[in-house]
Design a protein. Sequence first.
Length: 526
Amino acid sequence: MAGLVASAAASALATPSLAQSARARTLVFAPIGGLLLLDPSFTPITPTTNHGYYIFDTLYSTDSKYRPRPQMVEGHVISDENLTWNITLRPGLRFHDGEPVLARDCVASIRRWGQRDAFGSTLLAYSNEISAADDTTIRFRLRKPFPLLPDALAHPTSSPCFMMPERLASIDIGKPITEMVGSGPFKFAADEFVANQKSVYKKNLAYVPRQENPDGMSGGKMVYFDRAEWTTIPDFATASAALQAGEIDWWESVQFDLIDLLKRDKGVTVATSDPSYIGFLRFNCGTQPFNNPALRRAVAAGIDQSMFMQALVGPDPSRYHTCFAMYSCGMPGVEELGKGIMDGKKDYDALAEQVKKAGYNGEKVVLLGTADVFTVSPLVPVLQDVLTKMRMNVELQMVDLSTLVTRRTSQAPTDKGGWNLFLSQNFTPNMANPAVYVVGRGLGLKGFAGNYSDPELEADVTEWIDAATQQERDAKLNKTHQRLWDQMPLVPLGSYAMQTAFRANLTGYVPNTSPVPWNIRRVDSD
């Protein structure tokens, strides 16, 4: 950061008015983590998804109540007893290379996305055909009705359905795309990208926003900056000081013990991000010893959510909530079915006996941890301590985030680079229902890391999707939910809200599922 400040100062001395004017037209943003992988259809990690929203656009987007709204499309027509959907693109859409956005580009993008995303794979399974009826019409011919089609194309986090040129979308899904060409409000400056350190985005002058007010991720995406720069600042105190000094404009996620400090600074605005997060423990269900559901349930019984949440956000109970549900508490039809398993005081001697009766024989348990994500790192020693009290042979292996993301796909034994548990977090919209909740699906190696394969659960999810009425869907939701508690592929750790902070002279911020820069302007630069 010192180098950045010195460089900026030198430029200002050389041409003060020009440098100051350029700085005013630049939004400097400090993301939650470094950007390494650029392809949001290849990985669902948060920095890559957020980066994707700058460059790419979606056919539908969710509003502030997570309802799907048209984004790149004018609308759709449903016919043939709900088996045919004709979706029409709105006029004037162009990719950053100048080529028009055509229906065949969207078809290829949907197919690529559907190979990775759980909701997308469900949509593909319901489709007999996805084709371009003409240059502006995307056609779905379904094998049976799928009323959640716009919801699937609109879901905002963890692999959104971004549109890209057919030539890129047709690349093997096993290979990440490196050329960033979309139709979104910013163009990626590839020549200025430094992995995990800096990325730069330039205003797409050809972008035509929708003529509606912003609402969640939907509506008009008005861009008031010529340039947006991401600067990764791993040290939280440094990031806080940079924000207070005006060296950066926006800090994505404030470490919890710095919130009160920033609130006292009149030059800074602290706001609650939307939506909240839920922390969770993920088992490797494909290798010993946690290929045993009884052992997974025994570990879940030892988890005190309040202990984990207080380690993360502090003792103030207003900053977190316990949630004994696999799906997001507060979402329609979600009940806290796990309260009887997880709530109450913990007798670790009794829990150790429960672990032993479940079949644990002292095997080494590899816990992957990372210090790179401040919403995860404080939870790691808590989990290590809990497992140790339950007389499990725990080996903590701390790695950087990129290594963890890569390594968690391994199914090797622990003595050959494998793993048994790791901790993570998820947005509440990603856990709203059985179709969208990839961590709570039984897709095996095609799903979220952990190789949880459960054909019975997948059949229950299909029944939920096919439900004819809301009452029937609520009943099916409870069925899938109970199956997750019986099999326990993960353990919820509680929910919490994140805080974001930006310079007080920025206006137009809308709490959102991603920290998107559109509709934000600097009031003293107009």
